[in-house]
Write a protein that binds this ligand. Structure first.
Ligand SMILES: Nc1nc2c(c(=O)[nH]1)N[C@H]1C(S)=C(S)[C@@H](COP(=O)(O)OP(=O)(O)OC[C@H]3O[C@@H](n4cnc5c(=O)[nH]c(N)nc54)[C@H](O)[C@@H]3O)O[C@H]1N2
Ligand SMILES: Nc1nc2c(c(=O)[nH]1)N[C@H]1C(S)=C(S)[C@@H](COP(=O)(O)OP(=O)(O)OC[C@H]3O[C@@H](n4cnc5c(=O)[nH]c(N)nc54)[C@H](O)[C@@H]3O)O[C@H]1N2
Ligand SMILES: [Mo]
Length: 675
């Protein structure tokens, strides 16, 4: 008999889809989209729909037992072992390390393999209790934008409720690519909305191609564009002086810069024709307007400044606190506002502030044998996703580094581990999901038994705590107890069984929430801080500035490596059908650049800089303009020629804020391969 079970996708994606699983005893489940879920509307995306029915349920692809290393680090030669033995070994090793060098010499690193509340946050209790060091994971992804909008708006993870688009006249999508990264928002939300859509992106993404207006600017010229748009908005009378006077501070400090950024100057800096700058300003000024700034936007050398500049649009036009208006970067603390994160993560267990390591410093710091003696990694694959790939690999090869990796699959990072622990997939345990865009809380339901001996992250850490004989009760709290409390904190109004039956809970009911209705901002002064003392204290400019990155010289090109349609970050590189769809790793290059460099469509090219070189296949395509090349992220080095991916070329340069990545700012030379 077929059972139908409702669940929700907990992966690192704006959408947050509802799932329906059809399960026949002893067979694979069929995983599809929930027709009654407002985002997925009956379908999953082209990648997850394949992977959840494929490699996620394939026991020949999954890690099924704990493993211990028997060959060289990196060789992936392992022998199966039992949970007791694996956890016993880890407990012994860590006890010795803590005894001799202190818990801070254990470096822990997690990220967003799954974002469900227990599997993501519960292991933090163990980290806090032991006092282990932590990689500051936001620095690999979105920390600069976070700090920028905290300075400006007081908060970066509370934006507009997407449902308010029904009242909007314009939606600006700035440096986000929903056609890949939020496929259902691209397909339904943007396409169905009555608003005109303006996309600001150096790449003609599918979302850009479908927009009313695409401003295809030079990468790194966004702050100039923002000031140019402000100049035009002021000219056409779209500034809201009453709003500026009442709800912002520091306007005087940018007013002269707005004057200076004439349309002609802006066009010369960004490459966008004056007429299009004017058209964009008029569309934005036509009525209530929404601004979505992507995480891709701030992954550039001056990414923090760019975010502060872009955020001035809603601030100076008063597009805040009314239906159809607003700004959005992330919505984490909006959808699950009630959750007591200190309790969930065991913040009170920490004795003092833990040592943190920025992701861009990981390779350097982990290379130092005196600083870290153990490396524990789960929910992330740094040997594919982090900068300084070669150096990180050498660091992970250290004989005196004890490495534990927890994953579903044998990733590059797993290949370097001393002990590997098999994680259960989100289809195999109950949890709570949310989206960082849509205000929805979902039931993650157990659809299948865990494959092999795999276990959910939270259970792995409970058992590790037991193996280490830790006596803190909260390390052992059951899933049921935590889930019940989370639902209470989120004010769901019913229990987990009922949530499973309904599938999801819409925060605020059927109507869009206005999260800035009261026009209160969490800044020191309670207003939108156009000029910020706090920024100055941090050694940053007081205000956003109309800066533009220097144009690449000597024939170098700017390499962007945004998200692929066929990958979830680096996940699914081992899914055969997606591997086939994605084909070999490509470099998109404009026809004029290809001609200048003697590169033909389909030819092998070498992409190089001071960090090294990788070979890709040229796609001559005008989705990029001359000066810019693009290659999608999401490759496992171990499955690529030369055992490397794009991050081999990323020396770990930080952007202007929060120690955060500038990966979309790499400069490279491109030449025919073997030339
Ligand atoms: N060149 C370039 N590099 C980039 C980026 C870029 O734009 N360009 N983007 C950066 C960004 S934004 C990010 S967020 C990072 C992401 O980089 P990573 O965090 O390394 O992303 P994934 O490779 O998907 O790693 C997630 C891992 O978690 C595993 N996993 C899934 N579910 C579970 C679970 O329940 N338990 C456990 N233990 N594991 C699980 C998956 O199998 C996968 O191996 O990459 C960054 N790297
Ligand atoms: N399919 C799929 N979905 C994903 C992911 C995935 O890997 N695959 N990753 C998830 C994760 S971890 C994250 S953080 C989000 C990220 O999702 P997004 O926020 O959409 O980020 P990216 O894909 O890195 O980049 C978005 C766009 O920024 C543009 N961009 C690059 N440089 C500049 C610039 O200088 N100026 C402007 N205006 N734009 C620029 C790129 O061309 C790209 O089209 O997506 C999540 N969803
Ligand atoms: Mo990310």
């Amino acid at each position: 008999m077929t059972k139908t079970i409702r669940s929700n996708c907990p992966r690192d994606c704006y959408d947050g889809c509802g799932i329906v699983a059809q399960v026949d005893a002893g067979k694979r489940a069929r995983i599809g989209g929930d027709p009654e879920h407002p985002i997925s509307r009956g379908s999953l995306c082209s990648k997850c729909g394949v992977a959840y029915n494929g490699v996620f349920q394939d026991e020949t692809a999954r890690l099924t037992t704990p493993l211990r290393r028997v060959g060289e680090k990196g060789s992936a030669e392992f022998a199966a072992t039992s949970w007791d033995e694996a956890l016993g070994t880890i407990a012994d090793k860590l006890a010795t390390i803590i005894d001799r060098h202190g818990a801070e010499s254990i470096l822990t690193m997690k990220y967003s393999g799954t974002l469900s509340l227990l599997a993501f946050f519960f292991p933090d209790r163990w980290v806090n209790h032991t006092g282990a060091s932590q990689v500051d994971y936001g620095t690999i992804c979105n920390a600069a934008g976070g700090l920028a909008w905290e300075l400006l708006f007081g908060c970066s993870d509370k934006g507009f409720d997407p449902r308010t688009a029904k009242d909007s006249d314009c939606i600006v999508v700035w440096g986000a690519n929903p056609s890949h990264c939020a496929p259902h928002m691209h397909r339904h939300w943007l396409k169905d909305s009555p608003a005109s859509v303006v996309v600001i992106d150096p790449v003609r993404t599918e979302t850009a191609a479908a927009a009313d207006l695409h401003l295809q600017l030079r990468p790194g010229s966004d702050a100039a564009l923002a000031f140019g748009l402000l100049h035009m908005l002021r000219d056409i009378g779209a500034f809201d002086d009453a709003f500026i006077n009442t709800h912002t501070s520091g306007f005087d400090e940018i007013s002269a810069d707005i004057d200076r950024c004439t349309p002609e100057w802006t066009a010369s800096q960004t490459g966008i024709p004056v007429a299009d700058i004017e058209k964009a300003a008029r569309l934005y000024a036509a009525g209530p307007a929404l601004l979505w700034c992507g995480q891709g936007l701030q992954r550039q050398p001056m990414g923090g400044n760019v975010m502060r500049a872009a955020g001035l649009l809603p601030a100076l036009t008063g597009n805040i606190g009314k239906p159809g208006a607003g700004f959005y970067y992330l919505n984490e603390s909006a959808g699950i506002a009630g959750v007591d994160f200190d309790e969930l993560t065991g913040a009170q267990l920490a004795r003092g502030k833990p040592e943190t390591v920025g992701a861009l410093d990981l390779a350097d710091r982990l290379s130092d044998p005196d600083e870290f003696r153990a490396f524990m990694v789960w929910n992330t694959n740094p040997l594919a996703s982090c900068s300084d790939q070669q150096k990180l690999r050498v660091a992970c090869s250290r004989d005196d580094l004890f490495t534990v990796a927890i994953d579903l699959f044998e990733t590059d990072t797993v290949r370097y581990a001393d002990i590997v622990l098999p994680a259960a997939s989100f289809l195999e345990f109950d949890d709570i999901t949310y989206s960082y865009m849509n205000l929805i809380v979902g039931a993650q339901s157990k659809v299948l038994e865990p494959i092999g001996e795999s276990l959910p992250n939270q259970e792995i850490f409970r058992r590790l705590s037991a193996a280490m004989k830790l006596d803190e009760p909260s390390l052992y709290e059951t899933d049921e107890a935590v889930i019940a409390r989370l639902l209470e904190q989120c004010d769901v109004g019913y229990d987990f069984n009922e949530l499973q039956r309904r599938g999801h809970f819409a925060v605020g009911g059927d109507e869009p929430l206005d999260l800035y209705k009261d026009l209160e901002f969490d800044t020191p002064g309670g207003r939108i801080e156009i000029a910020s003392d706090k920024a100055e204290e941090l050694g940053l400019p007081r205000v956003a500035l109309p800066l533009v990155d220097e144009q690449p010289a000597n024939g170098l090109l700017r390499l962007l490596s945004p998200a692929s349609n066929w990958r979830m970050n680096d996940s699914y590189a081992n899914e055969p059908r997606l591997e086939k769809r994605a084909g070999p790793a490509e470099l998109f290059i404009s026809a004029p650049d290809a001609e200048r460099l003697g590169i033909s469509h389909g030819a092998a090219v070498t992409v190089s800089n001071e960090s090294g070189a990788i070979d890709l296949v040229a796609q001559v395509d005008d989705i990029v303009l001359p000066g810019t090349v693009l290659s999608y992220k999401g490759r496992w080095p171990s499955r690529e020629p030369g055992d490397r991916n794009l991050n081999f070329l990323h020396a770990g340069r930080k952007c202007d804020m929060a120690e955060s990545t500038s990966v979309h700012g790499l400069l490279v030379a491109v030449a025919p391969a073997g030339g």
